[in-house]
Design a protein around this ligand. Structure first.
Ligand code: LLP
Length: 425
């Protein structure tokens, strides 16, 4: 996780910057992103997955600086809206290294993708095929992949499992709709089918479901070869690589995933007599998550029955993950006081509902009091990117740290920002 160093008296530093300094300078709540940690994770992927096209899934966290880091580290980008596409483009990311996803792409998403010339568009429904072809026009040609649902159940929570047919993404391998879509794409001269895609879920800590998925995808490739004579240049196995949010949580072993995925792909293709396609992966969480720290100030401490409620100045508007997925975190007190006896505390946010709990039953020093700072590690993915405007508290800023220096990447959302959009009389 973000290179947190313990300073004297329990003060924590990230990227060489004490979190207390960040709170003083940028106020709270604030999100801190460790640039070196992001870059290290990109390099770990590139080293573990040689000969693999590694795309960072922008939905985990996106800002212009992040785009530049990803670009400089040689990764591609998975985007899923005109907004993500335009932001990445504005930050100088080459569109040919981007892949556009989405189960319901808007006219604007598709127009932007074609205007900026994205590398590939991942087809997610039959009706999309003719729409893309029509937008490409008679002389153009767009590379596409087809998103397949391989019938593999995996993922840290029901809401983030996408490998089986009871959810909205992709085209089923089991009922034949994937093969049908492939046939339709092959019938469109404006579309060049480079390969198949699947993303079976998120926060997966076991390698096995990926291996089963590879076998089924290769099986489908063999059927397509037999019926259409077509072989594919690439196979995109999506992202979903699980990380530890708390010490001791299970995490996916990337080296083992890389080795076994490659071995399975080679063996399955050999058995089917297929050329081995280029491998593509799309990690988001595993790159951004561990590089982020959320910083809050304690506003109130309340002893109710058995429970100590520690209320902070952020909550479900900057981190909806506990409320959505029952996600568990390990907040830490940043304090210069000698460590007091721990109590089991429930860290809650400032929003107007009882479900606004950031971390239930976590050990915190018993003398935790208003004014204290709390740090929540592993906060870099799917928190700010899913932040909401609930209760009009404004979204926190993002501060990048590196080699002892902090700089603002995205400023705090102000009341003026929020009021400015309300143009009603
Ligand atoms: N590729 C595709 C097509 C995806 O849909 C996703 C994530 C990824 C790659 C990256 O998955 P990752 O490596 O980050 O797990 N909001 C949820 C996670 C939703 C994931 C959506 N798709 C959470 O906070 O846990």
């Amino acid at each position: 996780p973000a290179s947190t160093t313990r300073l004297p008296h329990g003060r924590l530093a990230v990227g060489g910057v004490p979190l207390t300094d960040i709170a003083d300078r940028f106020d709270t709540p604030a999100y801190v992103l460790d640039e070196d940690e992001v870059r290290t994770r990109c390099r770990t992927y590139r080293a573990a997955f040689p000969d693999t096209d590694v795309l960072y899934a922008a939905k985990a966290f996106l800002s212009r600086a992040m785009v530049r880091w990803i670009e400089e580290e040689g990764l591609g980008l998975d985007v899923c809206s005109a907004g993500e596409l335009e932001l990445a483009h504005a930050a100088g990311f080459p569109p040919e290294r981007m892949v556009l996803h989405g189960n319901a792409k808007s006219p604007r998403d598709l127009e932007t993708a074609l205007r900026l010339r994205v590398g590939r568009i991942v087809v997610d429904s039959p009706s999309e095929i003719a729409r893309i072809a029509a937008l490409v026009g008679p002389r153009g040609r767009q590379k596409v992949m087809v998103r397949v649902v391989p019938g593999v159940s995996a993922g840290g929570h029901e809401k983030i499992r996408t490998g089986t047919d009871n959810q909205k993404f992709g085209l089923s391998l089991t009922d034949g709709s994937a093969q049908h879509a492939v046939a339709r794409v092959l019938g469109q001269s404006q579309l060049e089918l480079t390969g198949l895609h699947c993303h079976i879920g998120s926060q997966i800590s076991d390698v096995k479901p990926y291996l089963v998925a590879v076998r089924r995808m290769v099986g489908l490739m063999a059927r397509i070869r037999n019926s259409h004579g077509t072989t594919f240049a690439e196979l995109d196995m999506g992202g979903g690589h699980g990380i530890a949010y708390r010490p001791g949580d299970p995490a996916l072993d990337l080296t083992s995933l890389a080795r076994r995925l490659r071995a399975e792909l080679t063996a399955s293709c050999a058995a089917a007599g297929l050329p081995v396609p280029g491998l593509v992966i799309e990690p988001g969480r595993a790159i951004a998550g561990p590089a982020g720290v959320a910083l809050y100030r304690v506003l109130a401490v309340k002893h109710t029955g058995e429970t100590v409620f520690v209320a902070v100045d952020g909550g479900m508007s900057d981190n909806p993950r506990p409320a959505l997925y029952g996600a568990r975190y390990a907040p830490r007190l940043i304090s210069a006081r000698p460590a007091a006896e721990p109590v089991l505390a429930t860290v809650v946010g400032r929003h107007c509902e009882a479900g606004d709990v950031l971390a239930a039953d976590v050990p915190l020093p018993g003398d935790v009091r208003p004014g204290d700072l709390l740090a929540v590690p592993v906060a870099g993915a799917y928190q700010l990117s899913m932040a909401s405007g609930y209760n009009l508290v404004g979204r926190p800023p993002i501060v990048a740290v590196r080699e002892g220096t902090a700089r603002l990447l995205v400023r705090r959302e102000t009341l003026q920002d929020l009021r400015g959009r309300d143009v009603g009389a």
